[in-house]
Design a protein around this ligand. Structure first.
Ligand SMILES: C[S@@+](CC[C@H](N)C(=O)[O-])C[C@H]1O[C@@H](n2cnc3c(N)ncnc32)[C@H](O)[C@@H]1O
Length: 252
């Protein structure tokens, strides 16, 4: 099995669940918060060669091709996602490629892409900094890396909920490597297996990025606007602490 065993095994068992959540547009965090923020930071992508690192079933790759990207290379350790991405009706081999591979060992030449996007790519455990070295290797010198992750400082078990006391991290837990394992319930659909996510402290996480040769040039924490909260009180129950961290990085 490619990647971190426990993470990969969870995705293999939950693949149909995640494909249905994405394709039925059920995840409001993704459709209303993180996707708009990500696409805004990506900006004009026409003519770019882009790596979608941990591409899942390929929705972001399709979106970027639709916005004029020259080619999007999707890579994922979950074979079912790669099969789903390749069999999507909008898949065209001239503008996108989907490979079953680990982001720590990319099937791409040096300096071959203009932009690397890691959209909700979970942290691995075996050699967690290795991926950032690979991203630096495949990027053009003037290229960008954009990483959207769950927030390392605040995310915990059921962190989105008001009642989640376990999201309060102890110092030992925060500065160690912590795992969050939970079944997801998205709009009433429950994942068959718990998802496994690994977290490092912000210091350790940024250290992996800068050690690989990047400087952090932008930071956002996608969250609902006051207007979104007013229009839909669902947010008041389901976004009670910062859940996401998005970093824009350039080679230094
Ligand atoms: C939360 S999903 C996000 C998928 C997609 N980017 C999206 O936003 O829908 C995380 C993805 O990362 C993949 N993944 C986990 N570890 C990986 C690794 N080391 N290399 C490549 N993909 C990995 C998983 O299989 C899964 O598809």
């Amino acid at each position: 099995m490619l990647g971190d065993d426990r993470v990969s095994s969870a995705y293999a068992h939950n693949a149909d669940f995640w494909i249905s959540i994405i394709r039925d547009k059920l995840d409001s965090y993704q459709t209303l918060l993180t996707d708009p923020a990500l696409l805004e930071v990506i900006g004009d992508c026409s003519g770019l060669h882009i790596l979608d690192a941990g591409c899942g079933e390929g929705y972001l790759a399709r979106e970027l091709v639709g916005r004029g990207a020259a080619h999007v290379y999707g890579v994922d350790t979950c074979e079912q996602f790669i099969v789903a991405a390749r069999s999507h009706p909008d898949f065209h081999s001239g503008t996108s490629t989907f490979d079953h591979a680990d982001v720590a060992n990319l099937p791409l030449a040096d300096h071959s892409v203009d932009l690397v996007v890691a959209n909700r790519l979970p942290n691995g455990i075996a050699d967690p900094g290795r991926r950032f070295h690979e991203f630096a290797r495949v990027l053009q010198p003037s290229g960008r890396l954009i990483v959207l992750s769950m927030h390392p400082c605040f995310y915990g078990d059921r962190a989105e909920r008001v009642s989640a006391t376990s999201a309060d991290l102890s110092v030992d837990s925060y500065f160690g490597v912590r795992s969050v394992e939970q079944n997801f319930n998205v709009a009433g659909r429950v994942s068959p297996m718990p998802s496994v996510q690994r977290f490092f402290s912000l210091e350790a996480y940024i250290g992996m990025i800068t050690t690989a040769g990047f400087a952090v040039t932008g930071l956002r924490e996608p969250h609902p606007t006051p207007e979104q909260r007013e229009q839909n009180p669902w947010w008041n129950q389901n976004f009670v602490r910062p859940l996401f961290l998005m970093l824009e990085c350039r080679l230094s």
